[in-house]
Ligand binder design. Structure first.
Ligand code: FES
Length: 159
């Protein structure tokens, strides 16, 4: 077991009194501390031990919440909603624009590990659908030009 993972898990779990009822926020914090935006197998095992729960319970939560991942991902997570309202309001164009701009398909990470593009369930932005969440910000009714701008802004200045 890596001591730095152990220390990180302890510092976060302690703030939640090692109470498994707080498993979701604990996992969110753990993931946010990860350079690759995910919860490793080893970390999942440590968290299960710290909270005295089964590893499968940890994985149930990781699997259920699309914002969590057990696979390494990019620095910026782009989540396109594929629930009913967004699908009806033609999220196909939105999907295509992001895929073309990033040069990847939904479910993939760019080779520079900067962006990961995934689907997600409704996150309550149906009134501006089709909607997308980039990290913690929500956008809707985008145009191709706006998608391009958003990605350029997240990419940062070109060296
Ligand atoms: S259905 Fe897409 S945000 Fe609600």
């Amino acid at each position: 077991m890596k001591p730095e993972l152990e220390l990180l898990a302890d510092s976060i779990c302690a703030r939640y009194d090692y109470d498994a009822v707080n498993l979701l926020p604990i996992l969110q914090e753990i993931q946010s501390q990860s350079a690759r935006n995910y919860i490793s197998e080893e970390m999942a095992r440590i968290i299960a031990q710290k909270l005295d729960i089964t590893e499968s319970r940890v994985y149930d939560v990781i699997t259920y919440f699309s914002a969590l991942s057990s696979e390494p991902r990019g620095e910026v997570i782009i989540q396109i909603c594929d629930s009913t309202t967004c699908t009806v309001n033609n999220n196909k164009d939105l999907i295509r624009w992001f895929e073309e701009e990033l040069g990847i398909k939904v479910g993939e990470t760019t080779p520079d590990n900067k962006f990961t593009l995934i689907f997600t369930h409704c996150f309550g932005a149906c009134d501006i659908s089709p909607a997308v969440r980039i990290d913690h910000d929500v956008y809707g009714m985008l145009t191709r030009e706006k998608v391009k701008e958003l990605i350029a802004a997240k990419r940062g200045p070109v060296a």
